[in-house]
Design a protein around this ligand. Structure first.
Ligand code: B1M
Length: 212
């Protein structure tokens, strides 16, 4: 049984008040923030995913749990702040066209910001054209794309092609991530990097820019 059973259960139930109180209680008890996230919150979302696949729950329940998780993430957010601003570290991030999942993307953005990167968050359902337009405007060092649906993954390839056509592909590094993605897929679509979770996304982003 996980130490975060009550937290996980309240996220599954979508009980925001209890979940936020449990997250705070775990912090006050000195629990590691990454454990609270992985064993408490992400465990709940994985369980929701399984129940959804089995037809035991439907979209409204997933939405409620997602909202609950997001409220808990606000409690944890200050604990992800660890770095000074990295001068050359501008990351533009968005969830790809057709995809509305943003919890993982928000987590990546939050941890990158905590590590000192400057973040421009384009939100969800971001078209290749919007990625290109915003990249021209903000001149990021890294364009980071998230996808949670196997059906939306191809939009990443289209975005990379659009960056190429606009003549800015060689001015930015492209990083991708999200549950259905793999290192192999990143290579196939000629992304510069793939990260499987938010912690490794920070490390890979630093690696891409040659920052310690
Ligand atoms: Co949806 N959904 N959903 N959903 N949903 C999944 C993804 C699914 C796996 C559930 C399932 O069937 N088991 C399934 C996808 C199947 C597939 O394509 N392989 C699915 C489906 C089918 C759908 C709909 C089609 C359902 C429907 O309407 N019939 C629909 C699609 C809507 C759309 O996007 N167009 C839909 C809708 C929704 C909600 C809106 C209800 C809600 C999202 C709310 C929100 O995000 N604001 C939702 C949710 C909550 C989920 C699950 C349960 C949880 C996702 C989540 O937040 N996980 C999910 C099942 C699951 O993941 N187990 C599911 C927690 C989060 C922290 O993890 O996002 O994986 P994750 O992010 C990780 C890593 O992937 C990585 O780091 C993060 C943290 O470590 N990462 C990156 C993510 N982006 C990264 C970017 C990087 C690097 C790393 O660099 C750029």
């Amino acid at each position: 049984m996980s130490d975060f059973e009550a937290l996980t259960e309240s996220v599954i139930k979508g009980d925001i008040k209890t979940a936020v109180a449990e997250a705070q209680r775990a912090l006050d008890a000195g629990s590691n923030v990454r454990d609270i996230l992985d064993k408490g919150l992400i465990a709940a979302m994985d369980e929701m995913g399984e129940r959804f696949s089995k037809g035991l729950i439907f979209v409204p329940q997933m939405l409620r749990s997602a909202k609950t998780m997001q409220e808990c993430m606000k409690v944890l957010e200050p604990f992800f702040q660890e770095g000074d601003v990295i001068s050359k570290g501008r990351v533009m991030i968005g969830t790809i066209k057709g995809d509305l999942h943003d919890i993982g993307k928000n987590l990546v953005a939050m941890m990158m910001e905590g590590a000192g990167f400057t973040i421009t968050d384009l939100g969800v359902d971001v078209s290749p054209e919007s990625f290109v337009q915003k990249a021209k405007e903000t001149e990021p060092d890294i364009v980071a794309m998230s996808a949670l649906l196997s059906t939306t993954m191809p939009a990443m390839r289209l975005t990379i092609e659009a960056l190429q056509k606009a003549g800015i592909r060689d001015k930015v590094k492209v990083m991708i991530g999200g549950a259905p993605l793999t290192e192999k897929y990143a290579q196939e679509i000629k992304a510069d990097s793939y990260a499987s979770d938010a912690g490794s996304a920070v490390a890979k982003a630093k690696g891409l820019l040659g920052i310690g």
